[in-house]
Design a protein around this ligand. Sequence first.
Ligand code: GLC
Length: 612
Amino acid sequence: MSKIEKRIDEIMNRMNLDQKVGQIVQPERMFVTPEEVKQYHIGSVLSGGGSTPGENRLEDWVDMNDAYWAASMDEDENHIAIPLVYGVDAIHGNTNVKGSVVFPHNIGLGAANDPDLLEKIAQVTAKEIVATSVDWTFAPTIAVARNDHWGRTYESYSETPDLVSKYAPRFVKGLQGKFGDENVIACVKHWIGDGATLHGIDQGDTCITEEELRKIHMPPYKAAIDAGVQTVMVSLSSWNQEKLHGSKYLITEVLKKELGFEGFVVSDWDGIGYLNESFSEAVALSVNAGIDMFMVTEKWREFIELVKEHIASGRIAMERLDDAVRRILRVKLVSGLFERPRPSERKFSNDYSAFGSESHREVAREAVRKSLVLLKNDENILPLSKDARILVAGKNADNRGHQCGGFTIAWQGVRDNESIIGGTSIWEGIHDVAPNAELSIDGEIANPDKHDVAIVVIGETPYAEMLGDLRVPGLSKGMKVSRGSTSEDHTPEDPFPIMKEGPYGTHLYHHELHPEDIATIRSITSKGIPVVTVMVCGRPLVINDELDASKAFAVAWLPGSEGNGVADVIFGDYNFNGKLSFSWPRYDNDNWNLGDEKYNPLFPYGFGLRYL
Ligand code: GLC
């Protein structure tokens, strides 16, 4: 038996029922104190998107983690010292935290098609996470998104499993490394088929055969497990009407036994509650399905009592609880958590020298450059001259919040420059190198006597998860979205206000989702000024009108904080590199994917122009 398995046995032989049940619980930080972590023997705490301590500085994160960790390690006659593991959604940088580098979201990284760069991004992300003394990130998302209507398409690298399977192990290795001081625990998500729900409805139903599930959605998980990923998060979606959180077949039989996954499986945000009207029944179903750690954000005390009741009644076998605890202890031992000093004494805690550093920003800037995809370049209008008299317009030209997208500072992202400390907007990047450029967001000052060319930056505004869906009325299902958009929104009375707005829209036609964009383009071309359009978006959209009105058209996806990477390519310092990792639709109802019959997108998978 290995040293680790022996160590697990030693610890488990000392644990009583309360300590075992506490170890499998993960409350959200707004609903648990350090004192309760010790009292209830809690194994993990998380920050939901935008749930940030104090002033949201490194020291606030380290102080918070120090308090939770110290409580978990304060051994006495009732409590065994087992280090708490803290989890966050650092999915494109440690982007809950002010001043972090914000990398392009996964859809852009897919277009970059550069696995080495991906591993470098993961290593930098891990460094910016350990500066806050957090141990675990719920990343990478390895969804194979098959419907552009899905609000989480931008979290997917590609519509095909090949690229995702190439990327998954590299990102896992970049985060986990050899579990040194600069490494964190990775979490691949969301098991399984989250990107293939009917109509792209978030948390909806993936109605496909097992053969397709295995062929399209399983390969990235196999690659990640082979690379040693330590945790897997279960999807909130269903497979043929069965919620994944209750699927013993897919969690225990396939993921754990067939694929040999030996880390632990974590539920998604209150996902067990979807299994049954009765929370007690839901608890039994989800534990018996094979989930090991339970992200039960508020009702965790009730969860603990119900698990103990089910153990007493035999509804949950002690072996199942022991399996969950064993797996959690294994991950904590394998990742070195037991050996790590308290958060405030760790080597990189509060290390501002690397957090948001220029060298980290250079990696993100390279990723922006490599992710840009050129769809049109009539008369080779690009690259532009840096001396040209350029008008820069469009609602996304000078808005670092918009170019970062969701899961940035707040769950739903932010919509200004001020919230993103550091970095450059696309406009700022252009203006840094082109002294004759001027900004007019609506393009009003366009004047052919003063402007040779216009760059119009259009696209989407930030969203996350179900609020990014494009859902035809009647398909949408009511969703109590129990999470605020910023930490300022959280109040003691209502820490997670219900989000007011509904889904993003109902279809893929950009000229209807954002008519202001085609209006801006046309207002400028009507004065005889040619337009180069740059699109900031989290997914392919139907852009026939905008494309026709533009002389050149480039997709920047959600580039993150280093908007200057766009100027690097627009002015020719670097060539375009990006190739579409998602087929680009011709109409709203032709959400084709590579390999489909009658495949006939506007731009095919792998398309991308370059300078001659
Ligand atoms: C969310 C997401 C998941 C995220 C988790 C914690 O609902 O589905 O991707 O990791 O909650 O924020």
